[in-house]
Design a protein around this ligand. Structure first.
Ligand code: F6R
Length: 256
């Protein structure tokens, strides 16, 4: 794992945006895995400002709430069109987001996996992390080999996400999420985490044992994961000075 610690979330976001923009410029038909939530919002704003050509880019979102229509203001469909897709020249046909209204959920999930394979796999997967270490909505004790499927949100995640809804009672109980195995198949995983409330989950994911109790720790198995942090999210890392030293001394050809 490469750990990039920047003084602020804004600075970390800028470097992450450079990384994504570099991929889109180099591979105009890149397949991107997208995340929602508050963490990637500034990243999407930066990408919009960069005025990249999204015409051939293909995307797969990590997750969606079950029972939520694309028009629902808290659906991840709505989030993506509002914050990114609606502001770039992406082709609607190239956007895939799990269908929260799917009648046959297992069948939908199998077809989502098939579509990712048919697209040639995901080149770069954007990830946020929950305070309990979830990635996508793979909550603690999710199988580290899991594929796209239905999951039940933990009370903690429903509490964390209540800020987006009117109240905790309105947060759905179920979601469709790519599995950890699906995420690990991406060629590059890019995890962003900002703020002190993510520090424990990050320390466990990066420096703790690989365990389904912190699903993000499965990224230690991944050959190419880049973690972008602000100082607050890095607060509990034991080797943070080493990560800074590594980043400051990167050979030129490795710089982002
Ligand atoms: C959302 C997702 C989740 C979030 C995580 C952090 O698509 O996959 O794993 O990344 O819940 O959410 P925020 O960024 O709101 O703290």
């Amino acid at each position: 794992m490469e750990i990039i610690i920047q003084p602020t979330a804004a600075r970390a976001t800028c470097v992450a945006a450079r990384l994504l923009a570099g991929l889109i410029r180099k591979k105009p038909s890149a397949v991107l895995g997208m995340a929602t939530g508050s963490t990637p919002l500034a990243l999407y704003r930066e990408l919009v400002a960069l005025k990249l050509n999204w015409r051939k880019v293909r995307t797969f979102n990590l997750d969606e709430y079950v029972g939520t229509s694309p028009e629902h203001p808290q659906s991840y469909h709505h989030f993506m069109w509002e914050n990114l897709f609606g502001q770039v020249n992406i082709d609607k046909q190239n956007v895939r987001i799990p269908d929260g209204l799917a009648k046959d959920i297992p069948k939908f999930c199998a077809s989502y996996e098939k579509q990712i394979r048919a697209a040639g796999g995901i080149d770069l997967q954007v990830l946020g992390i929950g305070t309990d270490g979830h990635i996508g909505f793979n909550e603690p004790t999710s199988s580290l080999a899991s594929r796209t499927r239905i999951k039940t949100l933990t009370p903690q995640t429903r509490k964390d996400n209540a800020r987006f809804f009117g109240s905790e009672a309105e947060v759905p109980h179920h979601c469709i999420t790519m599995g950890i195995g699906t995420i690990l198949d991406a060629r590059h995983c890019v995890l962003l985490a900002f703020g002190r409330n993510k520090a424990r989950a990050i320390a466990e994911a990066v420096e703790g044992p690989i365990t389904s109790m912190n699903p993000a720790s499965a990224l230690q198995f991944h050959p190419k994961t880049t973690v972008f942090l602000d100082e607050a999210a890095a607060a509990e890392l034991r080797l943070k000075d080493y990560y800074r030293w590594v980043y400051d001394n990167k050979p030129d050809w490795q710089k982002i």
